[in-house]
Design a protein around this ligand. Structure first.
Ligand SMILES: CC(C)(COP(=O)(O)OP(=O)(O)OC[C@H]1O[C@@H](n2cnc3c(N)ncnc32)[C@H](O)[C@@H]1OP(=O)(O)O)[C@@H](O)C(=O)NCCC(=O)NCCS
Length: 176
């Protein structure tokens, strides 16, 4: 073992929870990992400006190490009773920052925003092959109320339409 391997230092970092700004959009691509979502991020940002969505970020030193998007006007077919609902999606935290509570804090922040805006309930999907995400949502008080085939598509940064099939559980939480 070298001297370098033995050396450690402790870091204390401030995490700021805030909305995305235009200058964050390239950073949300995480150096290429999410470049294919460039147009999706741009569209979400336009929707945020129009008041239809919120792009919530966990910022460390100006970098979005975590994100959670909120669709404020749910168009889901399940919702026919006229209550005010929102849909959370695209939750992710950079690997090196996981298991520190950032995912939980993003969900809490989203709930606080929705309660302040008078929303009655909120839903979120967990891929069936992602038990860790489902566990996190259930610990936060979400309960499975249906399942979905998880079929959707988007246009990538090169203009190609990409199909996604991700069977998921849909979970809901009452905010009242
Ligand atoms: C799912 C995801 C967003 C969770 O983010 P996270 O920041 O790691 O979430 P948290 O730290 O709040 O909680 C995760 C776990 O860490 C634990 N944890 C929280 N703070 C901790 C701490 N200080 N020390 C040790 N463990 C801690 C939690 O108890 C939880 O444990 P569990 O796995 O047994 O449920 C993250 O794993 C991720 O980005 N995954 C890839 C993308 C993804 O799957 N997104 C969900 C789509 S449905």
């Amino acid at each position: 073992m070298t001297a370098t391997e033995r050396h450690t230092m402790l870091l204390q970092m401030k995490v700021v929870f805030r909305r995305a700004e235009q200058s964050d959009l390239p950073k949300l691509e995480w150096y290429g990992e999410y470049t294919h979502f460039r147009r999706v991020f741009q569209k979400a940002f336009e929707d945020q400006k129009a008041g239809r969505r919120l792009m919530l970020l966990a910022d460390v030193n100006g970098w979005p190490v975590g994100q959670l998007f909120i669709q404020l006007e749910s168009v889901d077919d399940f919702y026919t009773d006229g209550t005010k609902r929102a849909y959370l999606y695209s939750l992710r935290v950079m690997d090196a920052f996981q298991r520190q509570g950032i995912g939980t804090a993003l969900l809490r922040e989203a709930e606080a925003i929705l309660i302040e805006r008078g929303y009655h309930s909120v839903s979120i999907a967990a891929a069936k092959d992602n038990p860790g995400a489902r566990r996190l949502y259930e610990r936060m008080g979400f309960r499975v109320f249906t399942e979905d085939a998880g079929r959707w598509h988007y246009v990538d940064h090169e203009g190609r339409t990409r199909q996604v099939v991700e069977p998921c559980w849909v979970l809901e939480k009452d905010l009242r």
